[in-house]
Design a protein around this ligand. Structure first.
Ligand SMILES: [Zn+2]
Length: 453
């Protein structure tokens, strides 16, 4: 139940809780910039120029009126059942239709009535947390030369951030066993106007600067994984850690050292039988590694390329396979420069939650309670894999070691399906470790300079 007088969020797992003062909302009435920017949204499609006398710098408050408006019109149009313009398809629940898979769960019309299957599916779909663009929050400032540009909305650039928040929310739903419709406590963690909210777009923008991203910049799926990873380090969730595997191989020594909280080098030190430089580890060290007990759950993120540009047909079945692994928490993917939270598929099309709808940010706990419906989506659509972007990031949640070992078994038993895209190895090869010196190879910073042979 929700107690409006409580001062902390009580999301508990065993003995720990996350503490957030949930009365500490950004004061909308006293904050000039915010008040101005919400006025802009309602009334004025023009940018406003101000002067910050404290910082002695001009500020341009970006009016997102037009981009919010056009985004929402586009979103509403795409809700229309026949949508050839946007390439979306409806999920088919008619007799004889193919099964729908959502987060490794199968919805199939076989012995049941189509409406029953569709009802079960839509109930489950609505339990997922849907995060969209929001407007009407304290502007995020971007310094451009002698100017500050202030964004009080993320319409047009924040879609991957929103998809990342959805993936994180799904992970926390599993982690806290709160997979119910009431998700108020989790939603507090991402509130734009709640100053203590650890995973709000403001917090993401703050870690984004370390990743070379300013407010107004679009995030790639892999940058967003790094942002999630940094956020979970800065604002830890009890008994949860995260790890990104950029080489698409999950190295158990790295994973286990985080999950088990051990220094792997100390743990396996001074073995005369191992030849690390040759990638050889003795049986005893392997056993030792595999005996590490986990005391944390893990969110593992794996950025991947499934072809160049759009997803290559060769990988369609592999992508379906990834969404069928029980530990999946979905995929950050989408269309070029337009991120979608991919949660399943039917035939060769992907099921997703779409962040491209601009909604007003909540201004208080009561406002959040009133707007809880805006965090659940009742429209389920499909995008053909042929029009989906090949750059994606997989997310998997391992509650414990057993859960990871099940994943490892599935991976090792289905090499053909996986086509070598991801894998699990016990030890990190020397060339992947930090002390390894990169040979002098000419590299290019610009993607455009790559020549594809
Ligand atoms: Zn050894």
């Amino acid at each position: 139940m929700i107690d409006n007088n409580q001062s902390t969020i009580e999301l508990s797992i065993e003995d720990s809780i996350i503490e957030i003062n949930n009365n500490n909302y950004e004061e909308t009435k006293t904050h000039d910039l915010q008040m101005l920017s919400s006025q802009i949204f309602r009334n004025d499609p023009k940018d406003i120029s101000l002067y910050d006398s404290e910082k002695e710098i001009p500020i341009t408050i970006r009016s997102d009126w037009f981009s919010n408006f056009s985004t929402n019109v586009r979103y509403q149009i795409s809700e229309v059942p026949i949508m050839p313009i946007f390439g979306y398809e409806k999920v088919d629940f008619s007799i004889g239709s193919s099964p729908v898979i959502m987060l490794a769960k199968k919805y199939q019309i076989k012995d049941e009535l189509p409406e029953n299957v569709q009802y079960k599916f839509s109930q489950d779909f609505r339990k997922l947390i849907w995060v969209t663009y929001r407007y009407g929050y304290k502007p995020l400032e971007r310094i451009e030369g002698e100017n500050i540009i202030a964004y009080s909305s993320d319409t047009g650039w924040g879609c991957t951030v929103r998809v990342g928040q959805m993936l994180l929310m799904r992970t926390l739903q599993l982690h806290f066993y709160t997979e119910s419709y009431e998700c108020y406590q989790l939603l507090q963690l991402i509130q734009e106007n709640l100053l203590d909210a650890p995973y709000s777009i403001q917090q993401i923008a703050a870690v984004g600067t370390e990743l070379g991203k300013k407010p107004g910049d679009w995030y790639s799926p892999s940058t967003m994984c790094h942002a999630i990873d940094k956020l979970l380090t800065l604002h830890p969730i009890p008994k949860l850690k995260s790890k990104i595997f950029m080489e698409t191989i999950i190295y158990k020594d790295q994973l286990y050292s985080v999950a088990g909280d051990v220094d792997i080098d100390d743990f396996l030190s001074n073995c005369v039988l191992c030849k690390k430089s040759e990638g050889y580890y003795c049986e005893k060290c392997r056993e030792k590694l595999n005996s590490i007990e986990w005391n944390k759950s893990m969110l593992v993120m794996i950025p991947l390329m499934l072809g160049l540009g759009s997803i290559h047909q060769e990988y369609y079945e592999t992508l379906k396979f990834f969404l069928n692994i029980p530990q999946t928490v979905g995929i950050i993917g989408g269309k070029p420069k337009s991120a979608l939270y991919i949660v399943g598929y039917q035939n060769d099309s992907l099921l997703f939650l779409d962040p491209h709808l601009a909604q007003q940010a909540c201004t208080s706990d009561q406002d959040l309670l009133n707007k809880i419906e805006t965090y659940h989506c009742s429209s389920y659509k499909l995008i053909p894999m042929s029009s989906a972007e090949s750059s994606i990031s997989l997310g998997y949640y391992f509650r414990n070691k057993e859960s990871f070992l099940e994943f490892e078994r599935i991976i090792s038993e289905n090499r053909d399906a996986i086509k070598g895209l991801i894998g699990v190895q016990e030890f990190t090869p020397q060339y992947c470790t930090e002390d390894f010196e990169v040979p002098d190879i000419k590299t290019s910073d610009s993607d455009e300079e790559y020549v594809v042979l």
